[in-house]
Ligand binder design. Structure first.
Ligand SMILES: Cc1ncc(COP(=O)(O)O)c(C=O)c1O
Length: 416
């Protein structure tokens, strides 16, 4: 039980255990055929086969970047990245408002203040236009989250950042091997974070990583994130110059990640086809609008499928619509209101109201408020938005038709 007597949140297979339906459930996950071979190598070599390095090199190679720093998840990956930035306490980082707690935890623990712009109407991501009014003299970076696999329109954001002297980096957890104008999400900026948690498209247990071409940043991430900010001093031993982390990816996770990496590209190509088909089928249902897929996206690596309902056309709200979809056979269908970080992070509201660090003045430069009212477009969008995750590699064309038929049935049942 939590401190409020509400049940603790569940993750991974445990969160999916009770979900059944006519459509594929991502669990049990599909695991690459070489996983056991790689795990056996770790055991046979007595932990000397360097599996973490092998995974890092292979991931970097496939992404065409110089460095991959593997961690036990994306929450730690983005924490290591935030720790490697040399910003001051109270500096601001602009973050997409519709995301996961993992985008925020690390930067907040470093004493940086998350600032949430609103989203573009009709979608889940922010844009250069919605970001610009949020830039202050304390802004240092912009974190683009490619929510559901829809890649942010990053070029205008990078142009704005260059003009203002800001760093851009990405949370590509939900867009593994997705492509923007022929470039991979995660390579569109200084650095990109990934998650290989068991529910993600490249589900491998609790892994993650950061990729970058920046040699100095990569070195600093290894030092702060893997080596606990420690150097080796002659005649003494380890000296911790920085309050660093021991966020190294476990060898066994690296083995599974390596095996998953061998099958992911084919899975993503398949997901791209089925998500486009499903979007087309669902777009034909009156009152239901799938997430628009921008033309600049060559590959839509969808982690979840999302659609909005027009409240004018139905007698029920999105919560009830989603529950009916789940009851009719779409496992996990429901709203995603909790992705609204300005509303979901009670600790931000509480700390800002109490002016606790980093909101104490200084280092903060002004008063901060969090809550759904601060991002009204995103908040209103999520009220009428339904998604199901994980939109997995197991979907067939028939499954897309079945899902669309279920959506149609629920829509007709509730039509005004
Ligand atoms: C957008 C986004 N960022 C970060 C995370 C955190 O990843 P992890 O569970 O690997 O820490 C997630 C996981 O759901 C995510 O979806």
């Amino acid at each position: 039980m939590s401190e409020t007597n509400e049940p603790r949140a569940q993750y991974g297979a445990a969160a999916w255990a009770h979900l059944t339906g006519q459509l594929p459930n991502p669990f049990p996950r599909t695991i690459g055929p070489n996983a056991m071979k790689y795990l056996q190598e770790i055991v046979d070599s007595g932990l000397t086969c360097g599996m973490i390095g092998r995974f890092e090199r292979e991931f970097a190679k496939q992404y065409g970047v110089k460095h991959c720093i593997a961690t036990p998840g994306c929450t730690p990956a983005l924490a290591v990245l935030a720790a490697a930035f040399d910003f001051d306490h109270g500096d601001e980082i602009i973050v997409s408002p519709i995301t996961d707690y993992g985008s925020i935890m690390g930067l907040y623990r470093e004493g940086y203040i998350p600032v949430f712009p609103d989203t573009e109407p009709g979608t889940v991501n922010f844009s250069a236009e919605t970001i610009e009014p949020c830039i202050t003299d304390r802004t240092r970076a912009i974190l683009c989250v490619h929510k559901t696999g829809i890649i942010c329109d990053t070029d205008p954001i990078s142009a704005l950042a260059a003009e203002k002297g800001l760093v851009v980096y990405e949370d590509a957890c939900q867009a593994v091997f997705g492509e923007y104008k022929g470039r991979f999400a995660g390579t569109l900026s200084l650095a990109g974070g990934f998650s290989f948690d068991s529910e993600k498209t490249m589900g491998s247990d609790v892994g993650g990583c950061v990729i970058t071409d920046d040699d100095a940043l990569a070195e600093r991430m290894r030092y702060i994130g893997h080596s606990r900010g420690a150097i080796s001093r002659e005649h003494f031993g380890r000296v911790h110059k920085h309050a660093g982390y021991a966020y190294r990816m476990p060898e066994c996770t690296a083995a599974i990640c390596l095996a998953q990496l061998e099958i992911i590209r084919e899975q993503v190509a398949h997901i791209d086809c089925v998500v486009r088909l499903m979007s087309e089928l669902i777009a034909g249902i009156e009152g239901v609008t799938p997430l628009p897929i921008p033309e600049y996206m060559n590959v839509y690596s969808a982690w979840m499928f999302g659609m909005s309902i027009d409240p004018e056309q139905f007698t029920c709200d999105a919560e009830s619509f989603g529950a009916q979809l789940a009851a009719e056979g779409i496992p996990g269908a429901g709203t995603g209101k909790y992705y609204l970080m300005p509303e979901a992070c009670d600790f931000l509201k509480d700390d800002a109201a109490a002016k606790r660090f980093p909101f104490s003045m200084p280092p903060a430069s002004r008063e901060y408020t969090y809550g759904a009212q601060t991002t009204p477009t995103a908040s209103a969008f999520l009220e009428n938005w339904i998604r199901w995750s994980t939109f997995c590699e197991k979907y067939t064309e028939d499954d897309c038709h079945l899902a669309a038929a279920i959506v149609n049935r629920v829509a007709e049942k509730n039509r005004r």
